[in-house]
Design a protein around this ligand. Structure first.
Ligand code: NZQ
Ligand code: ZN
Length: 386
């Protein structure tokens, strides 16, 4: 294993009724909060009223940023920064899924910065940020315990990440019951996203990270067991709780510590697709990932795909090459069983922008660690996906 520093300062409050801990978590940072949320499910489910009552009972002032869209827009980030500055906010609180949380992280980075927060998607490093906390409502991104924020810029149809340890949430409240109301499509997409985060870190050439690979397989099996249960029975607490903790563990840094790298090319390609077509992130990954697997399953990586087939899908018959191929097929079948699309045309995305998406994916040079991909490689993966 490689050397590492694992430093995640996020306090995780996991379980039923944990939203009741919100005020005491917030008060460690102050009493003026930006309350950010999305399109309104938090009002329908009563979560909003619960939080507002708590704030009123605990002397917490709040300023609202509603309407944050999936694939959160830079304009919402700017609006949030303005609200924080005008109201001298102490903490940015996200109530929602990864999009709301990512928007809040970007706001937190933008408040103490004089330039445009979009600069942080390039070389500029975040040097200071407001504290961020969240009440997470969807199992998917792992944003609840990492320092990433993925933001879309409307005018240029770009979708890029800001990354900084300063953006790791100070606390994350994870009550699986809050995810009961997530619909079938988002539940399936979230499950695919969790699995994809594992794939990016597991399907790599490193051989010495036995422990990390077994942890990765455990998370994949958890998604395979409980994803379909949650899609069919949204109120199943066992399924929702396992998926929620899987989402956190899949992308809080744990699975890469001790490895040289993750691959992440499928994520970069997907971000170009959803930047242009505003597709649900997990649905884009469901289309692309099995095709990336086919594309990089070459002789020197086949042992890894075969290991995945044996340990995750219990495929034991045949050569490594046979098992690897079947494992990739199982992955596609599983995504289809969850109700996810298999091609870009399934979600009405035409093939006319494949070249553009491929060039944008590699605009900073070739991508990928498992296999280095150039523009032509990405184009081929997108062609396989159309
Ligand atoms: O609009 P609202 O009303 O908020 O409804 C949301 C939204 O429409 C709904 N939802 C969330 N919780 C719900 C619920 N509906 C009913 N009941 C609940 N409990 O679900 C819809 C999708 O929400 P969103 O936040 O967009 O989903 P997700 O958590 O999958 O986040 C996706 C975003 O995160 C980025 C993606 O690219 C995408 O922009 N990612 C962030 C990462 C990170 N920060 O580390 C890593 C990921 O790879 C990913 O790129
Ligand atoms: Zn993802």
């Amino acid at each position: 294993m490689e050397n590492f520093l694992f430093d995640v300062p996020t306090r995780v409050q996991f379980g039923k009724e944990k939203t009741n801990e919100l005020s005491s978590e917030i008060k460690k940072y102050g009493k003026r909060v930006l309350l950010a949320y999305g399109g309104g499910f938090i009002k329908k489910t009563g979560l909003y009223d619960n939080i507002v009552n708590q704030f009123n009972n605990n002397g917490i002032s709040f300023f609202e940023l509603p309407g944050i869209k999936p694939n959160p827009r830079l304009s919402s980030v700017h609006e949030g920064i303005r609200l924080c500055l005008e109201n001298d906010v102490d903490l940015v609180l996200a109530v929602g899924g990864g999009s709301v949380l990512d928007c809040c992280k970007a706001i937190a980075a933008g408040v103490p910065y004089e330039g445009d927060v979009w600069d942080f998607t390039g070389d500029k490093e975040v040097e200071a940020a407001l504290p961020v906390g969240c009440v997470l409502t969807l199992a998917a991104t792992g944003s609840e315990m990492n320092g990433n924020s993925v933001i879309s810029k409307e005018e240029t149809l770009e979708k890029k990440a800001i990354k900084s340890p300063l953006l790791k949430p100070k606390f994350s409240i994870l009550d699986p019951a809050l995810t009961f109301s997530v619909n079938q499509w988002q539940t399936a997409a979230g499950t695919v996203d969790i699995m994809s985060h594992v794939f990016e870190q597991y399907l790599v050439p490193d051989k010495g990270a036995f422990l990390l690979d077994r942890m990765s397989e455990a998370i994949l099996k958890t998604c395979i067991k409980y994803g379909p249960v949650a899609v069919e029975n949204p109120d199943n607490y066992e399924a929702r709780s396992n998926l929620l903790w899987a989402s956190t563990l899949a992308l809080n840094g744990l699975l890469t510590q001790g490895k040289e790298n993750g691959d992440w090319s499928t994520h970069l390609i997907e971000h170009e697709v959803s930047a242009i077509y505003d597709l649900t992130h997990g649905a884009g990954l469901a289309i692309l990932f099995p095709n990336w697997m086919k594309y990089v399953n070459e002789s020197e990586m086949t042992w890894k795909f075969a290991e995945y087939g044996r340990n995750v899908w219990n495929i034991n018959e045949g050569s490594d090459a046979d098992i690897a191929e079947k494992a990739i097929e199982e992955t596609r079948n599983f995504f289809t069983k969850l109700g996810m699309p298999a091609t870009l045309s399934d979600v009405d995305i035409p093939d006319e922008k494949i070249k553009e998406m491929a060039s944008k994916s590699v605009e900073n040079g070739s991508i990928g660690y498992t296999k280095e991909l150039n523009k032509e490689d990405v184009e081929k993966i997108l062609e396989m996906s159309k």
